[in-house]
Design a protein. Sequence first.
Length: 258
Amino acid sequence: MHQSTRTLYRRICRLRRLGRSAFINKLSVLIAVGFCLMAPGAVAENAGPFPGSAVNSRTMRVQEMVEELFEQGDYERAHFIYRNELAPIGDKYAQYMVGYMCWTGTGVGEDSILASAWYRLAAERSYKEFQNERDLILAGFTAAELLHSDTQYLQLRRQYSDVVLLLKLIEADIDLSRARTGSRLSGGGGSVTIVDARTGSSVSGDQYFGQIRRRITARLKFMAKQLNMPDLNTNPDKVDIDELWRIVNEFVETITDR
């Protein structure tokens, strides 16, 4: 069994054992939950495929390792990896597992408020199953507990919301392009051969910068849907990073899920 397939299988088995077979038995859920980070083509219900970082072999090894640790009952180490290595890079399953472990006191102190905040973050791509888990918890909170959940959730959104992660990637791509060419994304390609540091493969300058442009465009389109801004300019040459950060910072300070 291929490593990514084995990891997916373990994640599905885990969720079944946690009593959530109803949300595992649908193929669309299998794709959304199991491949939300592992496969670039994962399908979110509202915003389309999440165009995050390409998953490398190290990330896949970490995903495999943490599944094994959880299966072996080494919950503290599993929680540490979910919380500090996978959740921060947009792995929605890992974010859900951090919430679950906080909710049940597995490998970490029991904290229903913090659990709810992680569940809310895991649900931001509109996966109905994660939304249902989030809503179930929030429905049992008092008004005061809801406010505490809001506070914790906003703290997580400022760091790990999809739009924050994507804007950082866009900024890095623009900086990388300008460092290589000293110009806008459309310049400096031609017949120059470039070794892609992420993959180690050699590509022409035109191919390399074309890939960057496509990544930025895909991320801007995803952000436009998440931000509910259909008129957002998705032309890589027209990106105003400062203005985007202003929009994103305002967005992540707003409660929209209850």
